[in-house]
Design a binder for this molecule. Sequence first.
Ligand code: PLP
Length: 392
Amino acid sequence: MTGRLAIDGGKPVRRLQLPYGRQQVTRQDIAAVVAVLKSDFLTTGPKIAEFEKAFADYIGVRHAVAFSSGTAALHAAVLASEPELPGKIVTSPLTFAASANCGVYVGLEPAFVDIDPKTWNLDVRAAIPSDARVVVPVHYAGTPADSAELKTSAVVVEDACHGLGAEVRGERVGGCRNSAMTAFSFHPVKHITTGEGGMLTTRSAELAEKLREIRHHGMCRDPKKYKHGQGGWYHEMQRLGFNYRVTDVQCALGLSQLKRIGSNLKRRREIVEAYRAAFAKDARLELPPEPKGMKSAWHLFPVALHLGRLAAGRARVFDALRAEGIGVHVLYIPVHLHPYYRERYGFKPGMFPKAEALYERLICLPMFHGMKDRDVKDVVTAVRKVLDAVGR
Ligand SMILES: *Cc1c(COP(=O)(O)O)cnc(C)c1O
């Protein structure tokens, strides 16, 4: 840390750092959690089905299966796809490592399709490798990738960990019109939180049942499907699963949080409008796209610096904004550039030039529904101050 020195050596815009994302927990949320703590079930009780039902109803999809994390949900989705090996998992380079790791866990080889600079998502019109078994379009920043455009016979699993409440041509992401399953995360920086947690949605009853088995060690609990045995005590492990269960305590929090998703999304949109009003005409910044027909859920507000118009690089702008008390972040380091991916699979810089070029210019400004107007103003003031200081 260089201490709290603003870019001009004077007073920073904020003394305490504004985070880039933050949960909001209300008195009602706390009461809902406490009620479960006093009940008979801490886990595998009624709140799980209640949360799943409320979530499925909100999305407008038949089935929702809750998991202990978004990553567990993605892993379970790949397992439920029963991919033939050898084969590939294909995703965007501009995502969190979990979007690719979920395939690596089961022995798929990771592969990437470069982004479309017009959407900042995986280029859905690009060729998908013919040995792809699972394709994971990521709705980066909350803005949907158009899965309808994907030309592949692989199983499509949408990573909507940024996309709760996003819409594609008027339909909520997670409805699985053009995918087998859609994954969500309830990590505290995401739209709603359960501490840790995740969800898969699907239209298929068969997949939903398989996912519930995978969540609970691969145990089958339907007597009609038992291969051996009988008796009231009996259950049967027919596949290899995990303990990816979520607790009732978590689901009570999730249920309570989900009630506010409407105002949450509305507030994010107001913040986006304020950022757009402040920065749309600023030639030093490129603002995130929201393509026609797509409604973003605005999990993040990433901006790309026009480095040719600045005398300093991204790192200098980033450090200066942090010194002004603005908790900016860079999401994401392209997955293929992580040492594990380079060393294990031979990925190198230059392989996905569009994602890499965007990454080099990227800074995510604070974006969460609990931001006050004052917070938004501080971000605008600090960004202008820093860009003026390093601008040509
Ligand atoms: C948060 C996130 C995940 C993982 O979710 P966890 O709940 O943290 O395991 C996966 N993909 C993306 C794009 C995410 O943002």
